[in-house]
Design a protein around this ligand. Structure first.
Ligand SMILES: Cc1cc2nc3c(=O)[nH]c(=O)nc-3n(C[C@H](O)[C@H](O)[C@H](O)COP(=O)(O)O)c2cc1C
Length: 152
């Protein structure tokens, strides 16, 4: 059975809920899913996964949109890995009030691509908590990731 690993950061729960929606859909599609908060993960665990998913919020500490503090180590560690052959997707929550809406989603997208992983679905950016159309986008995100894995 193919394994999908979701690593998420969430302060107030919106991104955790996003990760749960993606996890549920992937399980429906027949995958084994490990859905873990980022501070509980050893980065090397991603090497066991066929699909790597990062779900993160964005937080600006007075400046530009920045990565949440708790996911910075995971982000930095990724630079040491060759992820050739892995499928990846990135999603997360932000707030359109901010100029750098969901910038951390784009930062992880660039990092994972730079490590040789193959993007299997378009980034999904959710304004605060996921609503009905966001849930549909997240379910399509999961479906696209599985299709990309099967096409490999
Ligand atoms: C101080 C502060 C700064 C924030 N900065 C940004 C930002 O730069 N860009 C953005 O898209 N959202 C920003 N947000 C919004 C959060 O990313 C948003 O509330 C998100 O839903 C939090 O996700 P969580 O519930 O998973 O913690 C900020 C929120 C706070 C409180």
């Amino acid at each position: 059975m193919a394994l999908a690993k979701i690593v998420y950061a969430s302060m107030t729960g919106n991104t955790e809920e996003i990760a749960d929606i993606v996890a549920t859909k992937l399980e429906e599609l027949g995958l084994e899913v490990h859905n873990d908060e980022c501070t509980t993960v050893e980065t090397e665990e991603i090497l066991d996964a066929d699909i790597i998913i990062v779900a993160t919020y964005t937080y600006s500490y007075g400046g530009d949109g920045e990565l949440p503090d708790e996911i910075v180590d995971f982000y930095s560690d990724l630079a040491d890995y060759d992820l050739t052959g892995k499928i990846y997707g990135v999603c997360g929550s932000g707030d359109t009030f901010y100029e750098d809406f969901c910038k951390s989603v784009d930062d992880f997208d660039l990092m994972l691509a730079s490590r040789g992983a193959t993007k299997g679905a378009e980034n999904v950016k959710v304004d605060l908590a996921a609503e009905e159309d966001d849930i549909a986008h997240l379910e399509k995100f999961a479906t696209d990731l599985v299709a990309a894995l099967e096409a490999q």
